[in-house]
Design a protein around this ligand. Sequence first.
Ligand code: FDA
Ligand code: NAP
Length: 440
Amino acid sequence: MDKEGSPIYDVVGIGFGPSNLSLAIALDELRSDETGEPPAAAFFERNSSFSWHRNMLLPAAKMQVSFVKDLVTFRNPTSPYSFVSYLHERGRLPQFINNHDFFPTRREFHDYLEWVASRFSHRVQYDSQVTEVTLPHEADTDRPAEHVRIRTGTDPVHGTPAYVSARNVVISTGLVPKMPIGVERDERVCHSSEFLERFRGWDKRGLKRIAVVGTGQSAAEIVRFLYDSVPDATVTAVLPAYGYPIADNTPFANQVFDPAAVDDYYYGMDDSKDVLWQYHKNTNYSVVDDEVIRDLYQRVYGDEVRGQERIRFMRLSRVTGVKRVADDTRVTVHSMATDQVTDIDVDAVVCATGYEPMDPAGALGGLEKYCVRDEQGRYRVERDYRLTTTPHLRCGIYIQGGTEHTHGLSSSLLSNIAVRSGEIARSIADGLTAAPVRTS
Ligand code: FDA
Ligand code: NAP
């Protein structure tokens, strides 16, 4: 216990998505030589149960990484928490392999993640949003702080703020949805990250004209879903590109997601980082899987044969505003081809306009000022994903996500999650062994 009576953990994880779930396993599998025990870890998640982009669990949506890039296999192929172990326990291993497909549906992968999360339920507290991390009250400025205090919500019994303390914090709070500049959400205007929940609430009889904004994977999947699920509706796809650009998942390009690519990026010159982004951004951003593009094209062509138009494209165009006009939602679209602005009136708008990178500042609160930034204002991050901090802190602050500027393209993705969480777990364990003071 710390001086305020809160428990002190070796590690506290903020967020319990795939990144920290993978870390929970890595810590568990890394038992101390001395005690045979894993580091004492607790995770805090704001959702009421495990959830991985639940509002985009569209029926036909498939994974964008191989099932072998699960939470563990690239680090420990013998782990009991692999996708193969999950299939085996579900009695579906032969059926899965007979399918000859590296890419499960997102629904099946979600079931896998829930299956693993249920095995770590003793480590996680749901309905618990972390709002700040601070130095302990007794911290004196001459000695670096050995642990930090984390506000994990409100004590359900006393209604007072609830805290825990930790020697290490791992922030894995995920991508932040991005709306077009100046566009506000309302009951008919949403971001793709809210899509399924909002769609379920919409009266389908009044849903005849829908706009979907963007040329990324989310946009294309939503257009396909709406076409299939609301047969009376016309979908206007507002595309900044001419058509949906393809995601490059060819073998050489895919090497940017290999564990070795993290070193090449991290230790590379700034110019090489820029070149890598220039050539390989199209493995992930503003691009769509070949299969979804072809699926959509078949629908459009079928409509052409039937002499109807249910998907309308506004190409080379960007949304510049959305406002309510009587019962309609008016979307203002700027065409880059003609420099003209056109208003279209619709019943609903889905902005599949992407995400900002994970930003630890919100969860860090008061501790943010001890984290060192580079000349461009970005966090300095060590190779082991530990934020560089001022001498006021001895405890480790690690991040998963938000490291594209230091660790490269796989930072926000699942590709390297098993190896990354192993590296963080090892760094934490080494730090604990070296730590001079163990108070709990
Ligand atoms: P993730 O966002 O999954 O989890 C963060 C968790 O932190 C959330 O549960 C959130 O509620 C919680 N949280 C946030 N703030 C908190 C706070 N203050 N206190 C407590 N909890 C807090 N990548 C890939 O490689 N292959 C793929 O197939 C896909 N598919 C995919 C589909 C869709 C629709 C999207 C939007 C993204 C993907 N991705 C992907 C990329 C995606 O970033 C990745 O799959 C993981 O979600 C990354 O896992 P994290 O745990 O880092 O974030
Ligand atoms: P994204 O790839 O960042 O795409 C966002 C799109 O919105 C881009 O085309 C962007 O164009 C466009 N956009 C932004 N502002 C706009 C505006 N004002 N008007 C018109 N268009 C605008 O985002 P995403 O599709 O949500 O994908 C994010 C991540 O999730 C990716 O890693 C993706 O692979 C993943 N994902 C995976 C699945 C799956 O596994 N099945 C499903 C969905 C998403 P510009 O680039 O020109 O700004």
